[in-house]
Write a protein that binds this ligand. Structure first.
Ligand SMILES: N[C@@H](CCC(=O)N[C@@H](CS)C(=O)NCC(=O)O)C(=O)O
Length: 263
């Protein structure tokens, strides 16, 4: 009997889900997609999902013999490498990418620009924090995991404090531009991929990062760097880019459709 296809729990607009989708498609791995409403219904915090992925995040890849709950592991699996076998350059590019809190760029920028978001987002974070503590009380076997997650949201309330957010957004923007400089430096010898000779996990994560640069309005910075601009065009021209559904701008209606389960 054929093995069942791996099941990918993902969200349409989610940065780390895009990494998983792109990696699986580049790796030629057929998968069963399951869309998770992480915004409205917050399915990632329901006990049945938490038992699958205690981080309460997407993506999650369910394989016949194990569950991968980190996009980095999914990308490495999809491209046929592992932390043990990966080359040093790829590892360094992955470490650099995963050391950066991308949500602080995305949401920090939104909050810094939008006064309504400055009121709504902290309130929403507070309410999620409260709900996680309620879940902890209602679900004794998962209480510790819910409490840990609640602590993450308490930290987000602090990080996205309206008074601090403009500075945070500026800091994350400057760091993102620094990453584009490093990529430009690496790519300016004309290489077609970040770590020659072949396309790999570093290309997956940095392609999604460059898409996020466009998404947050840093596209002009990207285009200013000729080697990076060339690389970005080449990554978008790959057959994987469209099917992986890599967002370079906000698709309001698709976002709403996704939340309602019709996306
Ligand atoms: N380290 C995780 C991060 C995953 C992550 O933060 N996913 C976000 C979406 S891009 C999420 O699930 N957010 C929902 C939440 O925080 O409640 C990975 O690489 O898979």
């Amino acid at each position: 009997m054929a093995e069942p296809k791996p099941r990918l729990y993902h969200a349409l607009s989610s940065y780390y889900s895009m990494i998983a989708r792109l990696a699986l498609i580049e790796g030629g791995i057929a998968y069963e997609p399951v869309v998770v409403d992480i915004h409205l219904r917050m399915v990632q915090q329901r006990p049945d999902y938490v038992r699958l992925n205690p981080n309460m995040t997407v993506p999650t890849l369910v394989l016949p013999d194990r569950v991968l709950d980190q996009s980095r592991d999914i990308a490495e699996y999809a491209l046929g490498v592992s932390e043990a076998t990966i080359d040093g350059d790829t590892k360094a590019w992955l470490d650099l990418h995963y050391g950066y809190p991308i949500e602080e760029l995305t949401f920090g920028g939104l909050l810094a620009r939008n006064p309504l978001a400055r009121i709504m987002i902290p309130r929403r974070l507070e309410s999620i924090h409260r709900r996680l503590l309620e879940r902890a009380a209602q679900t004794p076997d998962l209480a510790k995991i819910y409490e840990e997650r609640a602590a993450v949201f308490a930290e987000r309330v602090r990080a996205f404090d309206p008074a601090a957010v403009v500075q945070l957004a500026q800091k994350r923007r400057a760091e993102a531009i620094g990453f584009m400089d490093r990529l430009e430096q690496a790519l300016h010898d004309g290489r077609g991929v970040i770590v020659p000779p072949a396309y790999g996990a570093a290309d997956v994560v940095w392609t999604v990062f460059l898409a996020r640069m466009e998404f947050v309005g840093l596209g002009a910075e990207l285009q200013k760097r000729p080697a990076l601009g060339r690389y970005w065009r080449a990554m978008q021209a790959r057959p994987s880019f469209v099917p992986a559904d890599i967002w370079t701008k906000v698709h309001v209606f698709r976002l709403i459709g996704g939340m309602l389960g019709i996306g």
